[in-house]
Design a protein around this ligand. Structure first.
Ligand code: DC
Length: 207
């Protein structure tokens, strides 16, 4: 079974994906980590986030393990949102994602273009969202939990900027697939969101 989850920054899709994968005994891939890992290797090498050749080379050199703590920082997120607009980079990462999905017993894959481009034939597609204010509050709480001091207004500005970039880029923009189920988590905690997602999966299995 392949479950595709898409949604904007800090919508909770990563946490939901992890929990859903554990529930169904599937593997989980947070594809944001791929773009973040490419972005970090460009930053570390002093390259610009629009350096196409360097981005493609970094994608080809990616391993299969990711240091989430080093990748989930505001600076890497910002650079990831810039590099992810490079069509050649997106193309270089397609095979990795599809190969991951194809390994039995299947996977939960989350990102921006999973239901539309990477796994258009996924068994279940979820589009997870929440208001920008709620997403900013969650992201700020994550940073605080990591011991970082962060101003919530700055996080909200960053969320608006990322939404604009992720939805307006020409290459595989963030978009709800026509056959995706919308899951608005604005008023849902993680347990309620997980229960709602499981209900969607179970309904689709009966069809
Ligand atoms: O989900 P995230 O915040 O870790 O993603 C970081 C950036 O990577 C985000 O701004 C958009 C980009 N991204 C993408 O373009 N396509 C994906 N499948 C996943 C992430």
């Amino acid at each position: 079974m392949i479950i595709a989850i898409d949604g904007p920054a800090a919508s909770g899709k990563g946490t939901l994906g992890k929990r859903l994968a554990a529930h169904y005994g599937l593997r989980h891939l947070d594809t944001g980590l791929l773009y973040r890992a490419v972005a970090k290797s460009l930053l570390d090498a002093g390259k610009r986030p629009d350096d196409v050749a360097a981005a493609v080379a970094a994608a080809k050199a990616l391993g299969s393990r990711f240091d989430e703590a080093a990748l989930k920082t505001p600076a890497v997120g910002e650079a990831a949102s810039l590099v992810s607009a490079i069509p050649e980079l997106r193309a270089a990462l397609v095979a990795f994602q599809r190969d991951f999905a194809a390994i039995p017993p299947g996977a939960v894959i989350d990102g921006r273009d999973i239901g539309t481009v990477i796994c258009p034939d996924a068994d279940v597609k979820l589009f997870v969202t929440a208001t920008p204010q709620v997403r900013a509050g969650r992201r700020a709480a994550e940073y605080r939990a990591q011991g970082k001091t962060i101003d919530e207004a700055t996080v909200l500005t960053d969320i608006f900027k990322r939404d604009e970039r992720d939805t307006s880029r020409a290459a595989s923009p963030l978009k709800q697939a026509a056959d995706a189920h919308l899951l608005d988590t604005t008023h849902l905690g993680i347990d309620a969101a997980l229960a709602a997602a499981i209900a969607v999966v179970e309904r689709s299995k009966q069809r």
